[in-house]
Design a binder for this molecule. Structure first.
Ligand code: UDP
Length: 261
């Protein structure tokens, strides 16, 4: 098995499906099915979900409201999404635990690292709600931080695009996808992978990121099975991290040319 423990980041917006707001039940169940299939293989799974389908802190600022208050509203939005995913997984018979960065005693456990690790060891899918629990951060940063804390082998960023492209593929039809790329190249080329805090955390801790299309059925499983799906971001631009997830011995930077999408 390539990965023992993964951190899956899902955006809140992805949960909207075709809707303009909120949670699309079909999409939610699709994600739950994908996670269930991977959990059944014995891979330990932690999940961070965003809240953009409900609220983002910057929206509060746009209304002339307090940004910090808005960020807490955004964090609570992520808890709503996390609860929905938890429910969907439980409906499929998957054992889960929801751990929140903001204490909400009635509905979830507080985030305690050792407890998260224990749940993962027991094969429970762990969902981290409320991001980091502090304003001015994003759930991408929460994904990177929690992944480092739980010593995940990789951050899997599920998006609606199937990887990192030379340009925005939704705007530029000539854009091509990188199968692999280095952290340095992403920064040099100013490519949009995650916000800078999240990205830097991964880079400084040598934690690989895979950006992939989570909406394509079976992609998560394929990725876990070791197939090349999406774009892999590593220190040296190769998949050598899979041999030693906490690798230090890096080979010289070699990045293959982008492939046609
Ligand atoms: N948020 C925050 N701190 C965190 C995580 C999230 O303040 O650690 C707030 C922030 O306002 C953010 C909102 O929660 O805009 C929703 O999260 P995010 O924008 O990351 O969701 P996504 O874009 O992934 O749906």
């Amino acid at each position: 098995m390539k990965y023992t423990r993964i951190l899956l980041k899902l955006s809140g917006e992805a949960l909207m499906g075709q809707q303009q707001y909120g949670i699309d039940a079909v999409r939610l169940m699709q994600y739950a099915e994908e996670i269930k299939a991977v959990a059944a293989t014995g891979t330990q799974i932690a999940v961070v979900i965003g809240g953009g389908n409900i609220f983002r802190g910057v929206q509060a600022e746009a209304f002339g409201l307090d940004r910090v208050q808005g960020d807490y509203m955004g964090m609570l939005a992520t808890v709503i999404n996390s609860m929905a995913l938890q429910s969907a997984l439980e409906k499929l018979g998957v054992q889960t635990r929801l751990l929140s960065g903001v204490t909400i005693q009635r509905v979830c456990e507080p985030y305690i690292r050792r407890r998260a690790l224990r749940h993962l060891e027991k094969g429970r899918v762990v969902i981290f709600g409320a991001g980091i629990g502090s304003p001015y951060f994003t759930t991408d940063s929460a994904a990177s931080l929690r992944a480092i804390e739980i010593e995940a082998d990789v951050v899997l960023k599920g998006t609606r695009v199937d990887g990192i492209y030379t340009a925005d593929p939704e705007k530029d039809p000539s854009a091509v996808r990188y199968p692999q790329i280095t952290f340095d190249e992403v920064m040099e080329k100013n490519l949009n992978v995650m916000d800078m805090t999240a990205f830097t955390l991964c880079k400084e801790n040598n934690l690989p990121i895979i950006v992939f299309d989570m909406n394509k059925t079976g992609n998560l499983q394929r990725l876990i099975d070791g197939e090349t799906v999406g774009t892999l971001v590593t220190m040296n631009g190769t998949a050598s991290h899979s041999l030693d997830p906490k690798h230090g011995g890096l080979t010289p930077a070699v990045t293959p040319a982008p492939e046609q999408a």
